[in-house]
Design a protein around this ligand. Structure first.
Ligand SMILES: Nc1ncnc2c1ncn2[C@@H]1O[C@H](COP(=O)(O)OP(=O)(O)OP(=O)(O)O)[C@@H](O)[C@H]1O
Ligand SMILES: [Mg+2]
Length: 566
């Protein structure tokens, strides 16, 4: 179905979120929407899906004007949307979920569930979705849950499918699967609108890329457009896709973690006897395929999850401390799940910028809060971090996803901290904001903060880390310098290549050689484990994997972290 949006305008008070947007998507086309955080992408899609009413403009489907008052209207017109936060019921099966809200369910109940199971199976086979209709949604990995959402839209006969940042929560393998499905759907004549901040993804999958800046369409480009060109068009200035940094000069150990073990939600050891140290002025990057214990590690370090083992911040034993105490002891925390752990949506931007500081000077004296100080702080942080909001009094929930993240980063790096623990710090951020956040993280390092970055983006690990730890199945399978090849890193991430007697980099060495940008190739799969130490082949192996130059082995042999996996 051909989709045409013309002159779509949506205002929120004085803010023009969509400013006369024109967009035409042909049947069998994948159109990418690219734009800064807060540029109006989600708003435009919410207008299309009937969640918001436009102030001006028209929507046409196959050259017929349609009026969409609600998602129900949108679905009836053949529009499907997969939101970034899925709307599935975890305790229901796949079949139960996809029949929810279907007109006929209400009439026939059970019978239709049987039909739904057949439908799910059929769609699953046709598009290679690999979804079991009888599985419970809560047991499914995120990537599969997303496919359930897609099935839901397909069952409702969507000819236009909107995917709002579908890949931000997917592993590289799941992203590949999604792209394959999208191509199948395109071949079947469906129109797809795909939103992503990852330039490489957009270049890989889109037929045409529409760039939006501050609510206006500023250009359309073919997928052959370069990163630099797309980034500049999006942001309106040149963006440094890779922030340069000076050599690290690590000082004393600030964070000392020993034997940390965390039992996961399923009763399995999610973090299994992990030990490491981070020094002042050093960035430790924790790499790994999502779901190998990184989330649990961070939550345990900040005290949101109980754990055994010890966590010391300098001389202070925080092993049993509550989250609040750890924050106050000087751990800055940028959580993976910003809605859950980072922001209080109903609070204003100003209040979110001082969460946990509100009862301390300069924001309070005695029991009274100093509203003027709070406001002034917010105004300067918002300007400094380029948070796009109508005012500092606006509830944080109305900010775009990326801008909420900037509020958290602004708050955490503006406090007096000794450790910065950042989990997926730039997830959902646009390239300009990534550049900015990376600069601030490096700045923290250079001011002597011990930094831990947990990221499933290898580009980010390479851009920031002075030392890389790889997690696999709850263990750290190796420490490497940032000059490590992407092949070797991939091998460690797949559970191979560790503990083979090679010098590991359990201790910081302070070196930083500005490694070349990491290629975005797929990680070598588990198959390549068979011939360690490194998969030879099509990749450029300018330096033999496993020999990261002359990295001195652990300086202190008594350090348990030097032991590696057993
Ligand atoms: N319900 C609302 N009330 C007030 N302002 C809103 C509301 N929803 C969105 N906005 C504002 O509209 C602008 C566009 O937001 P939108 O969510 O469309 O951005 P986006 O391009 O999707 O950004 P991101 O990449 O961060 O997801 C933002 O400035 C946002 O704060
Ligand atoms: Mg959005």
């Amino acid at each position: 179905m051909k989709l045409e949006l013309s002159g779509i305008t949506k205002r929120f008070g004085s803010l023009v979120a969509n400013d006369h947007i024109d967009l035409t998507v042909q049947p069998g086309e994948i159109r990418a929407l690219l734009g800064e955080n807060g540029s109006g992408k989600t708003t435009l899609m919410n207008v299309l899906y009937g969640l918001l009413q436009p102030d001006e403009g028209e929507i046409r489907l196959d050259d017929r004007a349609v009026v969409i008052h609600s998602p129900r209207d949108a679905i009836a017109a053949g529009i499907g949307m997969v939101h970034q936060h899925f709307m599935l019921v975890p305790v229901f099966t796949v079949a139960e979920n996809v029949t929810l809200g279907l007109e006929r369910t209400r009439r026939f109940g059970l019978l239709d569930r049987r039909q739904a199971r057949r439908d799910v199976r059929e769609l699953s086979e046709r598009y290679g979705l690999d979804v079991d209709p009888d599985a419970y949604v809560e047991d499914l990995p995120v990537g599969v849950q997303q496919r359930v959402e897609i099935i839901k839209a397909l069952l409702r006969e969507a000819s236009v499918l909107v995917l709002d940042e579908p890949t931000s929560v997917l592993t590289p393998g799941e992203t590949e699967d999604l792209f394959r499905i999208m191509r199948e759907l395109r071949a079947g004549g469906r129109s797809i609108v795909f939103i992503s901040h990852k330039l490489k993804e957009v270049q890989a999958i889109a037929d045409t890329i529409t760039v939006i800046r501050r609510g206006k369409v500023v250009g359309e480009r073919p997928p052959s457009a370069t990163d630099t060109e797309l980034a500049a068009l999006m942001v309106g200035r040149d963006v440094q896709l890779r922030v340069s940094k000076a050599r690290a000069t690590p000082g004393d150990v600030v964070l000392d973690v020993r034997g940390l073990t965390v039992v996961g939600d399923q009763g399995e050891p999610a973090v299994d006897d992990v030990s490491f140290q981070v020094r002042a002025g050093e960035i430790l990057g924790v790499a790994g395929v999502q779901g190998n214990g990184q989330t649990e590690l961070c939550e345990a370090l900040i005290g949101l999850r109980s754990a055994t083992g010890s966590v010391f911040l300098k001389d202070r034993d925080l092993s049993r401390a509550a989250p609040r105490e750890r924050l106050r002891a000087g751990i800055g925390y940028i959580p993976e799940d910003r809605q859950e752990d980072g922001i209080v949506g109903e609070f204003s931007v100003a209040d979110n910028l001082i969460l946990d500081l509100y009862d301390r000077p300069p924001f309070a004296s005695g029991i009274a809060m100093d509203l003027d100080a709070i406001r002034k702080n917010a105004v300067s942080r918002v300007a400094e971090f380029d948070v796009r909001t109508t005012s500092v009094g606006t509830p944080a929930r109305t900010l775009s996803g990326g801008n909420q993240q900037k509020v958290i980063v602004a708050r955490e790096v503006s406090r007096d901290i000794g450790v910065l623990l950042a989990s997926q710090p730039t997830r959902g951020l646009d390239v300009g904001s990534i550049e900015f956040v990376h600069r601030r993280i490096i700045e923290q390092r250079d001011q002597g903060v011990a930094v831990i970055i947990v990221s499933s983006e290898l580009d980010e690990i390479y851009a920031l880390a002075d030392r890389i730890a790889v997690m696999y199945e709850g263990k750290i399978t190796g420490f490497r310098p940032p000059t490590v090849s992407v092949e070797e890193l991939g091998l460690l991430m797949a559970g191979g290549g560790g503990s083979d007697g090679r010098p590991e980099m359990a201790e910081p060495t302070g070196r930083n050689e500005h490694p070349e940008p990491a290629p975005q190739d797929d990680m070598p799969g588990p198959a390549s484990q068979q011939d360690p130490p490194a998969p030879a082949g099509q990749h450029d192996l300018s330096r033999p994997a496993g020999q990261p130059d002359a990295v001195p082995p652990a300086a202190r042999p008594d350090d348990s972290e030097a032991a590696g996996p057993s």
